[in-house]
Design a binder for this molecule. Structure first.
Ligand code: AMP
Length: 429
């Protein structure tokens, strides 16, 4: 049997990983400027964490989690990053050490969804969480941060959508309003929505099923049910977004697939059509009850997560893998050790080097050096070594010279440094 990668899980080979690195570096740099520091939490958590925080009647918990039992523990491979980070925040009593914490994470998430373009079973998310700031300033600042990151990445046609779910009281009132709306048309809803109607009618607004979409089109708006403080909070978010010049659409049907959200909710979508219905690039919102729900104090929180694969589809760019500066070609087995030593000495001086360990003909080694985009090929031949020199071939200029073996590392490193001043040492294949 041919062994292949698990369905919905992708290999990212080095040619492609270059783009991932650019995206990740831009993300880290962008959030660093906003005061965020990295958190790394385990990929496995207790199943109960996700069941309680994400919600029993969400698609993620009902159908998509990779859960199993080991050593008597019920475990789940994380489907998202917020619950684990919040667990860590409570477990380490971070609230007692600082009033506000800004965390970011980056890593793989796992959901057993039906694979499609932009929808995988292992996918990567980069996300941020702020604990201890009630907003609305923090909400607007976060939305602007995400919007400007996507702009920085050159992602076109991004639409920001915002909504407010109010606090828990609003949810209850809205639940009742939705029940009143959907119950008379129950038979027209999808099977999933019929089943969830009593338990969680908000989910129907999030459904992609055309039957549910039609029923949801005429549903009441949650924004009409917000109480005064929730309304003022939402107005504050919009006012700050206006001040920052972030354009947005208020979308009262935006509820998102996870149950933990309160008040501000937001999504950034692309409208280019490249991703079909997987056009949501970023999703986030406030979850003011989670920390307390996990046994911590009452600490408000807000966060977002963005799908790396989806951003990469939109990002464009044709980054290439980095070339070695020097390719070292030993022409006989006896010279292999010398080649290794020269390679090591060059790397100690910060030069990217590959030593040809295959043996064989010079011609093949030069061809390889060329294909890699190396600037120089250092040739170690018997005759040269006897005279205490190496031959250095400039692969672009097709010029060859000899330099003393004893000085070779230093001379070549200086050359690499000079080129990198001109921005030219980091060649690409
Ligand atoms: P969520 O955690 O569901 O709020 O999703 C946040 C973001 O993660 C989405 O906007 C997507 O960009 C990305 N995402 C979620 N699920 C998947 C998936 N199965 N495959 C790829 N990206 C995903």
């Amino acid at each position: 049997m041919e062994l292949r990668a698990v369905k919905g899980m992708n290999d990212i080979l080095p040619d492609e990983a270059v783009r991932w690195q650019r995206l990740e570096a831009a993300f880290r740099e962008h959030v660093r400027l906003h005061g965020y520091d990295e958190v790394r939490t385990p990929i496995l958590e207790s199943t109960a964490l996700f069941q309680r925080q994400i919600g029993e009647t969400t698609d993620v918990v009902e159908k998509e989690m990779y859960s199993f039992e080991r050593h008597g523990d019920a475990l789940t491979v994380r489907p998202e990053g917020t619950a684990g980070a919040a667990r860590a925040y409570v477990e380490h009593k971070v609230h007692a050490k600082e009033p506000v914490s800004r965390w970011y994470y980056l890593g793989p998430m796992f959901r057993g969804e039906r694979p499609a373009k932009g929808r995988y079973r292992q996918f990567y998310q980069a996300g941020c969480e702020v604990y201890g700031d009630p907003g609305p300033l923090a909400d607007a600042e976060m939305i602007e941060m995400v919007a400007s990151l996507l702009a920085r990445l050159g992602i076109p046609e991004v639409e920001v959508r915002v909504n407010s779910l109010g606090a828990s009281g609003t949810r209850e009132r809205y639940r009742n309003a939705l029940l009143g709306h959907f119950t008379p048309m129950r038979d027209k809803l999808s099977e999933d929505s019929q089943r969830r109607l009593e338990k969680n009618p908000l989910r129907i607004l999030d459904s992609k099923d055309p039957r549910d979409r039609e029923a949801a089109a005429t549903a009441p708006s949650i924004l009409e049910l917000l109480d005064e403080t929730d309304s003022a909070h939402f107005e504050g978010v919009k006012k700050h977004l206006d001040a920052l010049g972030v354009r947005y659409v208020v979308d009262p049907t935006l509820v998102r697939g996870l149950d933990y959200y309160t008040r501000t909710l937001f999504e950034l979508r692309t409208t280019t059509g490249d991703l079909g219905s997987q056009n949501t690039l970023v999703g986030g919102g406030r979850y003011d009850n989670m920390i307390e729900g996990l046994g911590g104090p009452k600490v408000p929180a807000i966060g977002f997560a963005m799908g790396i694969e989806r951003l990469l589809v939109m990002m464009g760019g044709d980054e290439k893998r980095e070339s070695p500066f020097c390719y070292v070609a030993p022409l006989s087995e006896e010279l292999a050790s010398r080649a290794l030593v020269l390679g090591r000495d060059l790397r100690r001086l910060g030069v990217r080097v590959e030593v040809d360990g295959r043996g064989g003909k010079l011609k093949a080694m030069l061809r390889r050096a060329d294909a890699l985009g190396a600037k120089l090929c250092v040739i170690l031949g018997e005759g040269e070594i006897e005279r205490g020199v190496v031959a250095v071939k400039d692969l672009a200029k097709h010029e060859q010279e000899e330099i003393a073996l004893a000085d070779a590392a230093k001379v070549l490193a200086e050359r690499a440094a000079k080129l990198s001043e001109g921005g030219d040492a980091r060649g690409a294949r």
